[in-house]
Design a protein around this ligand. Structure first.
Ligand code: HEC
Length: 150
């Protein structure tokens, strides 16, 4: 074979390899698991939007507790978590059970005496970690930083 024919063959097979890997479902699932944001032509899901609000509250509370300040206001909005629709495919029975774990800590946090808040806040963050470890691991790095050292 002439040299330029070899180059042609090599680049063609590389092209096929790229085509093949971009259609590979394994890597697509992995990307979804990392980001929690699968391709969604209809925009952000109700569940993703609620998660962003939950993140804002948890990060705000972590910062306030580190400074010895008061908790951020919370109006009970996250009670609807289990009935939201998401873009990620998850086992809904599992999601519901894990959501309830998170909500138990959240209700407890807002009733707690100030000296118990850091401990309960950390339990709440643990419930974010537990669900994310089994659904999408992408936000875990950010979630880990919400733990308040005692
Ligand atoms: C019951 C399981 C569960 C719990 C508890 C949970 N998450 Fe999520 N989270 C998910 C799932 C599933 C998604 C993907 C949402 C979708 O399908 O659109 C997600 C998405 C996210 C996202 C990405 C949102 C976006 O912009 O797309 C962030 C950030 C996040 N969660 C942070 C948190 C934090 C912080 C907590 C705790 C305060 C938490 N999550 C608790 C399951 C959970």
């Amino acid at each position: 074979m002439k040299k330029h024919t070899l180059i042609l063959v090599a680049s063609l097979s590389m092209g096929f390899a790229t085509l093949y890997s971009s259609c590979d479902n394994g890597s697509k699932d992995k990307a979804e698991a990392e980001s929690c944001t699968p391709l969604n032509p209809n925009g952000d899901s109700e569940r993703a939007l609620l998660m962003r609000e939950m993140t804002r509250l948890a990060e705000g509370n972590a910062e306030a507790l580190r400074k010895g300040g008061d908790l951020l206001p919370y109006d009970g909005e996250f009670e609807k978590l289990a009935s939201t629709t998401g873009t990620m495919t998850v086992d809904e029975a599992f999601f519901k059970a894990m959501s309830e774990g998170y909500l138990v800590h959240l209700r407890e946090l807002y009733k707690a005496a100030p000296e118990d808040r850091i401990r309960i806040h950390n339990n709440l963050i643990q419930s974010c970690q537990d669900c994310h470890a089994q659904t999408c691991r992408g936000p875990l790095k950010r979630i880990d930083k919400m733990i308040v050292n005692i």
